[in-house]
Design a protein. Sequence first.
Lengths: 559, 286
Amino acid sequence: MRNSVSVLIGGSAGQGIASIETLLTKGFKRSGFYTFSTKEFMSRVRGGSNTTLIRISDTPVNAPDFKVDIFVPLDTNAFFHAQERITDETFVIAKKGDYECDCVRYDYDLESLAKAIGNPIVSNTIAAALVFGLLGCDGAVLREIISEFYTNELLAVNLKALEVGAELARENGNCRYCIKPNSLMRPKNDLFLSGTEGIGFGAIAGGCNFISSYPMSPSTGVLTFLAKQSRNFGICVEQAEDEIAAFQMGLGVWYSGGRAITTTSGGGFSLMGEGVSLSGMTENPMVVYLAQRPGPATGLPTRTEQGDLELAIYIGHGEFPRIVLAPGDPKECFELARKAFELADAYQIPVILMSDQYLADSYFNVEQFEIEDKQSTAHVVKTDANYKRYALTPEGISPRGIPGYGGGLVLVDSDEHTEEGLITESMSVRNEQNGKRLNKRELIYDEVITPEVDKEGEIAVVGWGSTKHIIKEAVERLADERIACIHFSWVYPLSESQLTLLQKAKYLIVVENNATGQFAKLLRLHGITVHEQILKSDGLSFFVDELSEKLSVLLKEIR
Amino acid sequence: MNTRFDRIVEDNAWCPGCGNFSILAHLKEALEEMRLDPLQCVVVSGIGQAAKTPQYMSVHMFNGLHGRALPVAQGVKVSNPSLTVIAEGGDGDMYGEGGNHFMSAIRRNADIINIVHNNMVYGLTKGQASPTSQRGFKTPVQTEGVHVEPFNPIATAISLDASLVIRTFSGNKEHCKAMLKIAIEHKGYVLIDIFQPCVTFNKTNTFKWFKENVYELPDNYDPTDKVKAFEKSLESHPFPIGVIYKSPNKDTLETILREESNRNGAPLYQHQIDYRLLGDEINKHI
């Protein structure tokens, strides 16, 4: 009896991989399993070769393995595309004759079976039912889900397809890859959702009421999510002519009291540089969701990378504070997206919320979100006739007024400005205002989120953002008592309190989904010694088996 | 004339005799005569000499980046539709650096007033060609004269069916003020392109030149005739001034976005989060 199984489905765009994914993930979750799914796909609307990986387990599972237990290639290309992920134990469900492999092949022509019951498109449903049966799951669950999706003739043919698939599983002795569900252990009302959805819900909880963006993979999901929810939560949605305008519209909204977000990827974010700088200078809050993909330039549009950390930290001319957050799963996406609005508002700064294609498009089993019911604090003051937007205060933050609320005028200026907000070239005023802006960094340190530490040990494996659960499981698999995992979700600015943990470690390994070790460089700037780095920048995320092997090689060298 | 929009400024950066002074005065007087409340007016500007205008007025000011006044102004208007929002700058700011925003702002039709000081030259950067510089205009950079076609903002705005398109001349006080009032009164996007001499860097298109090269549209001119308006927009030497084009009525951006998001007209700062609904939506993922 196993405790985790990986199912890989491959096919071309438009072949219905997504429908099998939805059917199986819903089915597995309802059957009581911990479920995780992730996808990799080519940058094309039709054709190509894409895969979706579903992992199920009786214990929490939130990361992908490279090698798979069951593989359903929906066409020949899919087989060759994912060939390396097959072992001699992989159960491949495919028609005989298309290709040869050293694997357990289940020779069935799903398409012909589907045609035989009346509609070739239900071959996906047959495959789903077969996989479901092989794992020993109750077919009634799939019937229930199918009945929620379809009606009339489509329902009838899909139900027939479920029967055909279940029969195939029975012929194969069922339970070939049985694992036991563990519904008791799973927390009540846990959620199954993607990083994109986590960010979207977090933005709503943060009081977001305006989004303007220029579509760009892999960030667009949050834009469409908020557009879909716009009526429910009163969110004004406008597609901008370019990323420059998207950011500037957001600044206009914050200036007059709204809470705006813009969403983009690296290329679009580069265009927002001047806007980030303007947010810093005018002390006008702004929230950006930056979903990374591999660059430079157009790079690999549908793939993943953590290559824009330095861009986020340094973007924008001049010197001003900012916060960069990097959640590691949908629950952190929710919490940090919500917090991004609070932080931007409280400190009057740009906040950059980082994700990547892997996190955005992967579905995780996470605990229910904690939704407090108090309205988010708007850090806006009612002005009076003596109001000065950039007043120097003992607290170090100038109270932020907005036009149309109170008896004062709100003047904001991209030029260096007086307390009132008017252009100046006075060097003493420059020093006062610049000092005030930069000193906010000290106040921000109080908000810093301590990195999450898993296990104790003198060897620390450090990651940030989306690698959280991959690193965690890879380390668990090694079962080496010397190792602790440290996950940073607050990546900038780094405070002393976050770094003491790292100073204690005797040996530090930093794992990053990029080619140059950008977070490791940042740690070194803070005087932290990084002994080893494990980097990957081929466009895919790390995999647990892959990372665990790389770590074990490193560990052998450490005595 | 003293207005509630005056600001005492010790150090004005404009050259003596600059057309910006007249536009500033006309604007303040127009706002005053229309009895607008300075606390309800926002002037958003970019960079350039014209973009300094809100520094010299008593209004809410967002003095942002070069070319970016329009997106900010649209954000302000969507966020709080009860505010009177003006996006003001020069020809380089609005038509050059902000050209893409200019086209999109017209198409979106937020209820904003886009005032463009058009002096056919760059002032702040000291005398290079602007998008509206005439062919052959010599500058320290365009040493043999401008070799590109001048940008025609009026024709562009009409082609995009701008809600209201106006041209006026800073040197004609009565006309300029009357046009500003029409612009402020109008519901929807307004382009008001104001010819203005630059006394320091443009020795070709001087006060005298503008005076001789503009003529007022006759009373019987019908600005709702789009084809006629387009013909007018192509006229030059002399250039027609007045309300050149008025589109059929259409909804404004802020109204549409509020309808689409099921909001009333209240400003966004009064936003309340519906936590119960949020819980329900999240629970769909159980």
